[in-house]
Design a protein around this ligand. Structure first.
Ligand SMILES: NC(=O)c1ccc[n+]([C@@H]2O[C@H](COP(=O)([O-])OP(=O)(O)OC[C@H]3O[C@@H](n4cnc5c(N)ncnc54)[C@H](OP(=O)(O)O)[C@@H]3O)[C@@H](O)[C@H]2O)c1
Length: 243
């Protein structure tokens, strides 16, 4: 059975994705910071679904380590799912460049850097998939979260280009735009119930979309229309709106 590498594996969405793939018998490589915290979770996956689970240390911000990280993988994964993300503090980032750069580097540079290390071996075997979790925040820059939004926008553009590049190699690239998800990232926010989904809901949608080789997934369909309207608002009006 095939192996799937999940980056940012301690994320609530990542854990739900791990379950979706384990249920279908995929072996897992779970990668993240302080990954030992997933020992109990990985033991549970092994026992319940009879799959192998490896835990690997991975820091998206340490780009110099990414080549070694990929080279050291005992089994080269068939699929790579990037769940790394950092919402950060927009107000702080406006005053503190370190916070601004952390948001940009976590959500863009770090994700691109590690995926780029995986691409050559996927090209060699001419098969596999890459799933990148981006965000609807990347569809238009808003004053309330434009550092995060611009990094996700860059990541969306990167995935789009990569998809076109790898098409001839039979490697599929899926861009995921989740909308609001109830996770530890958003625990401090008062999210509208109607537009908010669970990590399990997202994981099921991602598995299905990856299998169907969907290009771009708006997890809740309505987000596609919301963002379409938001993108159509003229800049002259948009800059006066409190979004
Ligand atoms: N929740 C939402 O409403 C929402 C909406 C749109 C998009 N998303 C995206 O969905 C993905 C998963 O987010 P989530 O909601 O499940 O939130 P989450 O639980 O906070 O997950 C974010 C994950 O990224 C990891 N991460 C952050 N910086 C890292 C670094 N330098 N190196 C390695 N890993 C790092 C975190 O690791 P630690 O556990 O070590 O901190 C955490 O596991 C993210 O890409 C996020 O941007 C979420």
């Amino acid at each position: 059975m095939k192996h799937v590498l999940i980056l940012g594996a301690k994320s609530d969405i990542a854990k739900a994705i791990a379950v979706e793939y384990a249920i279908r018998g995929y072996h897992l490589i779970l990668a993240g910071r302080e990954i030992e915290e997933l020992t109990a979770f990985s033991n549970q996956l092994k026992m319940t679904y009879d799959v192998s689970v490896q835990l690997k240390h991975f820091d998206a911000l340490d780009c110099n380590s990414h080549k070694l990280f990929v080279n050291e993988l005992k089994t080269k994964p068939y699929g790579i799912i990037c769940c790394v993300g950092y919402l950060g503090d927009q107000t702080l980032a406006e005053k503190d460049t370190d916070e601004a750069l952390k948001i940009i580097q976590t959500n863009y540079t770090g994700c691109v850097s590690v995926i780029e290390q995986c691409v050559p071996y996927l090209e060699e075997v001419n098969q596999g998939f890459i799933v990148g979790i981006s965000s609807v925040a990347g569809d238009r820059g808003r004053k309330s979260n434009y550092f995060y939004g611009s990094a996700k926008s860059g990541f969306t553009a990167y995935l789009s280009g990569l998809r076109a590049r790898l098409k001839t190699n039979n490697i599929h690239v899926l861009t995921v735009k989740p909308g609001f998800v109830a996770t530890k990232m958003t625990a401090h926010l008062d999210l509208p119930k109607m537009l908010t989904v669970s990590p399990q809901y997202v994981a099921k949608k991602i598995f299905r979309a990856q299998q169907k080789r969907t290009n771009v997934l708006y997890v809740k369909w309505i987000w596609q229309y919301i963002m379409c309207v938001i993108k159509l608002i003229p800049e002259l009006i948009f800059k006066k709106m409190n979004l």
